[in-house]
Design a protein around this ligand. Structure first.
Ligand code: 2P0
Length: 326
């Protein structure tokens, strides 16, 4: 079908966090970030230009309106402004990212939308251009364009802020610990804005984050998770410290979050390579390697019987094809 394409993209977990924008409109980050793209957790999206009288969004089987539709429509405007396509589009999107896991679906969602939308509109974008486009939908989506270990260069303008894959000398695995009863939290977009504006700790974290990224990329390139792990954990805890110092404070953690952090420390004491990271929510992710993943998964499930724990290996980048599949 002309004007139609489908793409699948995977979620990613940041090892060095993106927290704070230098430009709100272009989604230029204050700092570069480093992530691992995960298998299993994916979004598939079909875009059909001319498929509806006005832009439409069906997400996980439910027609959406309001802010969700508006965000997609603004993104489609960007694609239309760069192509010969001017028709409204029907967008159908299906997540296999467990929303209960508190894994942001915006990274896989906008990476898939960018790839499907660009292809459906007849734009021929290389990976870098696609990453820049996905960034305009959601910052972290720039990283989900690629598989494996990925760096998103902060850059200084639209042209220089893009992600690309980097070498990784070890096969990483990420355990996602989903805690029960997570409350609806403040959006990461609003939280990062408030942190940059009001937290006296923000500049210190941002400065240190640049060094953290250098250290972790170098360590992972040589396959040295033992050196990377402590920096990965410190970078995430430092990000949450900036939020605690914001006014008013932002606290994503629950009591169970501390319990999970304690379990990660115990796992390390028991000899596992295991370091925690936490995003804009209460859940804890554990960075380990593929060789220890199954044993650590069993250990964590026994240690945290109330939580849901899954293990995720490294996933590939976005895949796009012609035609409507959804
Ligand atoms: C990250 N997060 O690096 C960080 C860590 C949350 C905590 O990227 O405003 O949904 O769309 O650019 O990409 C979540 O932020 O924000 C995020 P926008 P996004 O993964």
């Amino acid at each position: 079908m002309k004007g139609a394409a489908t793409a699948t993209a995977h979620a990613n977990i940041a090892l060095i966090k993106y927290w704070g924008k230098a430009d709100d409109r272009l989604h230029l980050p204050r700092t570069s970030s480093l992530s691992v793209t995960l298998d299993g957790l994916e979004t598939t999206t079909t875009v059909v230009f001319g498929g509806a009288p006005q832009d439409e969004l069906v997400l996980d089987g439910v027609p959406r309106s309001g802010e969700q539709l508006r965000r997609v429509s603004v993104f489609l405007d960007l694609i239309r402004s760069r192509s010969v396509e001017s028709r409204p589009a029907r967008v159908v999107s299906q997540n296999r990212v467990s929303t209960a896991a508190g894994l942001a679906s915006s990274a896989s969602g906008f990476a898939a939308l960018a790839a499907a939308g660009a292809r459906a509109a007849g734009l021929d974008l290389d990976d870098r251009a696609l990453s820049r486009l996905a960034r305009r939908g959601s910052g972290s989506a720039s990283r989900s364009v690629f598989g494996g270990l990925v760096v998103w260069h902060a850059g200084s303008d639209d042209a220089t802020s893009f992600a690309e894959p980097v070498p990784c000398g070890t096969d990483l695995s990420v355990l996602v610990i989903t805690l029960s009863g997570a409350p609806k939290a403040i959006s990461s977009r609003e939280a990062m804005r408030r942190t940059v504006r009001t937290s006296p700790l923000y500049e210190a974290w941002a400065t240190r984050s640049t060094e953290d990224l250098r250290e972790v990329s170098a360590a992972l390139e040589r396959g040295d998770l033992e050196s990377a792990g402590p920096v990965i954990e410190a970078n995430a805890l430092g990000m949450h410290a900036t939020m605690l110092a914001a006014r008013p404070a932002i606290l994503y953690w629950m009591p169970e979050t501390l319990g999970a952090l304690a379990a990660v420390r115990e796992a390390r004491a028991a000899g596992f390579p295991a370091w925690a990271t936490i995003d804009a929510g209460p859940n804890v992710k554990v960075v380990t390697d593929a060789a220890h993943s199954a044993d650590l998964l069993g250990w964590m499930r026994r240690r945290l019987p109330e939580a849901t724990v899954t293990a995720n290996g490294m996933g590939h980048g976005v895949r796009v094809r012609e035609g409507a599949e959804l």
